[in-house]
Design a protein around this ligand. Structure first.
Ligand SMILES: *Cc1c(COP(=O)(O)O)cnc(C)c1O
Length: 434
C-alpha cells in the first residue's frame, strides 16, 4: 500500500514522505516514527486467497514469508529492489511437554529461529535493507547484542552493500559474532554498553551518511509485522487468545501490535489476541514501568544471560505501551533460573531455542500459576532465536557450570551431562542398562 511516515507522538503526528531517511520526528524532535498507510482499499477475502496461493510459487518474492504479504507493506513501486533470503516461512510447532510445564492443555511455538540467520531479525532486516537500496545508500550500520548484526551483515552482503556492526565489548555470544564476521561486516567492538553505543552511532550515521538499521528504524518494524501475518495465515485466520514473546528493545512487541491492529482494521480478523511480553528480571524496565506507570526509567546496567534481551533503555517503549494497552496485554518478568529451566524443556520437545526465547515459556508458567492465562486458552509463543546461537550457555547449563550475572550458580535441574566411558562394550552396556 501507499504510505507515509508519521510521528508516533499523539500531540504531534507530523507526516513525512516514505523515502525520507529519518529516525526520529524532525518536527517535535523526539517522537518515534511509524509507517501509516494513505489508502484503505484492502480486500481481505481476496488477499487471503492470493497470499495462500503464492505459497506454491517458485517466484523469489512469493517464496519469502515477508514479501508474500507485501500488500500490507509500504514498498509499492519498489518490489524490483527487494533484498530477500527467503526469510519467514517459519513453522508452528506443537509442544505437549512444554504445554504441561507451562500449565497449559496445549501450546504452539512459532519458531523464528528457522530464519536464514537464525532469528526473527531477518523478517525486519529484509525490509530495512530494501529501504536502504531504495534510498540509494551504500552503507548500513547497527548496534547490536548479536542477532541484529548477524542479520544485517547477511542482508547487506546479499545486496552488495557495506555493513558496519557496533557491538558492546565482551558480553556477546560467539554464534552471533561469528555470523557478522562470516557475512563480511566491519565489526567494531566498543568499550561501552548497548545504550551508550546507540547514542554514539546516531552521531556517526548523521555525520557519515550511513543508513541506520537499529530497531528504531520503522521499516524493520514493518517487516516484523509479517511474523503475525504468517502466523494467522497458518491458523486460517483464527486468532489465538494469547501471543507471548520476549521483550528487549520492544521492537517486536510494537510490530506485533501494529500487525494485529492493521489486520483488524482491514477486516482480516475480528478479535485481537492479547500480547504477553516477558522480560528478564535483571533487564525489565518495561515491566517496572507497567507496574507503577509514571515516568519511564531506564536501567543503567541491565543484567541477564539472555543477551538478546539485555536492554536497559528500550527505544520502542512508547509504541509497546500503546500495543499492550490496545490488546489488553500484560508484561511479566522471569528469573535467570526460570529461563534456564524453560529453555531445557523446549529442548526436550526436540525444538530448542536461545535463552531470550525461553523467557516465553517461563513467563507462561508464571502467568498460568497466577491465573492470568487459563489452562484451556489458545496460546502461541514466539521463539525468537535458534538454539545454536549460544552453545556456550547450553553446554554450561547441562554440565552444571552456568552462573547468573552475579556469579550465583544456576541449578542444572534438567541438566544432561556428557558421560566419559571406557572403550569397552561390556562397560558401556552396563552403563546404558543401569
Ligand atoms: C532481538 C531479540 C529479542 C528482543 O526483541 P525486541 O524487539 O528487541 O524486544 C528477543 N529474542 C531474540 C532472539 C532476539 O534476537
Amino acid at each position: 500500500m501507499l504510505a507515509e511516515l508519521a510521528c508516533f507522538e499523539q500531540h504531534c503526528r507530523a507526516r513525512f514522505p516514505i523515502d525520507e531517511a529519518i529516525y526520529n520526528c524532525p518536527t517535535c524532535g523526539t517522537g518515534l516514527l511509524e509507517v501509516v498507510f494513505t489508502e484503505e482499499r484492502a480486500d481481505a477475502p481476496a488477499w487471503k486467497q492470493l497470499w495462500r496461493s503464492r505459497r506454491t510459487s517458485n517466484d523469489t518474492l512469493e517464496q519469502s514469508g515477508v514479501w508474500r504479504y507485501r500488500e500490507l507493506l509500504p514498498f509499492d513501486g519498489h518490489h524490483h529492489q527487494v533484498v530477500t533470503l527467503r526469510e519467514g516461512n517459519t513453522p508452528m510447532l506443537d509442544a505437549p511437554r512444554a504445554a504441561r510445564y507451562g500449565g497449559l492443555d496445549h501450546l504452539t511455538f512459532k519458531h523464528q529461529g528457522f530464519n536464514p540467520t537464525g532469528s526473527f531479525k531477518d523478517n525486519g532486516m529484509t525490509c530495512g535493507v530494501t529501504q536502504a537500496v531504495r534510498l540509494d545508500r551504500q552503507r548500513v550500520a547497527c548496534v547490536s547484542t548479536g542477532n541484529t548484526s548477524a542479520s544485517m551483515a547477511a542482508y547487506a552482503s546479499a545486496a552488495g552493500l557495506d555493513s558496519i556492526v557496533f557491538i558492546p565489548h565482551g558480553n556477546i555470544s560467539y554464534g552471533k559474532l561469528a555470523q557478522a564476521l562470516e557475512y563480511g561486516a566491519r565489526t567494531l567492538q566498543v568499550e561501552a554498553n548497548f545504550d551508550q553505543i546507540l547514542a554514539l552511532v546516531r552521531v556517526l550515521a548523521e555525520r557519515l551518511g550511513i543508513y541506520l538499521l537499529n530497531s528504531i528504524n520503522p521499516f524493520r518494524i514493518e517487516g516484523q509485522k509479517a511474523i503475525i501475518f504468517e502466523m494467522l495465515d497458518q491458523r486460517d485466520w483464527n486468532p489465538p487468545d494469547w501471543i507471548v514473546l520476549p521483550g528487549g528493545n520492544l521492537g517486536n512487541t510494537s510490530a506485533f501490535g501494529k500487525a494485529l491492529r492493521e489486520l483488524c482494521q482491514f477486516g482480516f480478523i475480528r478479535k485481537l489476541p492479547r500480547l504477553a511480553v516477558i522480560q528478564a528480571e535483571g533487564a525489565a524496565p518495561f515491566y517496572e514501568f507497567m507496574q507503577k506507570k509514571g515516568k519511564f526509567r531506564s536501567i543503567p546496567e541491565p543484567r541477564t544471560l539472555a543477551t538478546a534481551i539485555r536492554i536497559g533503555d528500550p527505544v520502542s517503549w512508547p509504541k509497546a505501551l500503546h500495543e499492550i494497552t490496545v490488546t489488553n496485554g500484560i508484561v511479566e518478568k522471569v528469573s535467570e533460573q526460570e529461563i534456564a529451566d524453560a529453555k531445557a524443556i523446549i529442548g526436550q520437545c526436540g525444538i530448542g531455542s536461545e535463552p531470550a526465547s525461553a523467557a516465553t515459556l517461563a513467563g507462561i508458567r508464571k502467568l498460568t500459576q497466577a491465573g492470568v492465562i487459563q489452562a484451556d486458552q489458545d496460546v502461541v509463543a514466539v521463539l525468537t532465536g535458534n538454539v545454536l546461537k549460544d552453545p556456550d550457555y547450553v553446554y554450561k547449563y547441562h554440565t552444571g557450570q552456568l552462573q547468573d550475572p552475579d556469579g550465583r550458580a544456576i541449578d542444572a535441574r534438567l541438566g544432561n551431562r556428557p558421560v566419559v566411558v571406557p572403550n569397552d562394550a561390556d562397560a558401556i552396556a552396563k552403563i546404558l542398562e543401569g
